[in-house]
Design a protein around this ligand. Structure first.
Ligand SMILES: [Zn+2]
Length: 210
């Protein structure tokens, strides 16, 4: 799949095929029709036809923005630190994909390319542990909350680098920073606590990193 530059006009005959390929990829990833329309300028009817032809289904229903900013950054009723790590991994993929060309890439292209890399990176873990992964519509919402897409509204999420493990993880700008600690370090601390509880001799416990 060739890189679509940010300023490529979907109506330009030179880019028509590339945009159609992008639409195919987004359909195969299960992207909501409105998001595909926003990125490719294809009419909704045509996107519905693509869904039926390529997947034998209608596009998934539901709102264009899934979850609020907190959902992606602060562990809650339905999310955990592991979920924040998934968000951090996807954002790192997106950032990396933005660097493969000198000219800025089309955001929809960059999102799909990042999502493809994210899925292959997490595939083994997903199969072995059934860990919860972002779907492409959540990935879109995450990017929009971070201000990486031309989406109305201020960016509610920012990335913060952990000084200990160096991961960049999303934080909610309007929430207190002290309740938003690094998810990797939180998982590590929890593992250390669990291993201490398992009554092993102190000499065999992993050293505390803090
Ligand atoms: Zn950390």
């Amino acid at each position: 799949m060739i890189v679509i530059p940010e300023d490529a006009d979907p109506k330009d005959p030179c880019w028509e095929v590339a945009y159609l390929q992008l639409a195919h990829g987004l359909v195969m990833a299960g992207t909501r029709a409105k998001i595909i329309a926003r990125f490719t300028d294809l009419p909704t009817k045509k996107i519905q036809r693509l869904y039926r032809a390529l997947r034998g289904t209608n596009p998934p229903a539901g709102p264009i923005m899934q979850g609020n900013a907190r959902f992606f950054a602060i562990p809650g009723k339905h999310t955990s630190e592991a979920w924040s790590v998934q968000c951090a991994v996807f954002l790192a993929c997106f950032e990396r994909m933005g660097k493969i060309t000198t000219a800025p890439a089309h955001r929809g292209w960059q999102m799909l390319a990042a999502f493809t890399v994210y899925q292959s990176l997490t595939e083994k873990l997903y199969r072995e542990t059934a860990i919860k992964r972002l779907d492409i519509n959540q990935a879109y919402a995450l990017l929009a909350h971070c201000g990486f897409l031309a989406h109305p509204g201020a960016a509610e999420l920012q990335r913060k680098e952990c000084p200990v493990c160096l991961i960049s993880y999303p934080v909610v700008t309007t929430e207190r920073p002290d309740i938003q600690s690094c998810p990797i370090c939180a998982i590590n601390a929890n593992n250390i606590r669990l291993s201490r509880q398992s009554r092993r001799p102190a000499s065999e416990s992993p050293p505390a990193t803090a």
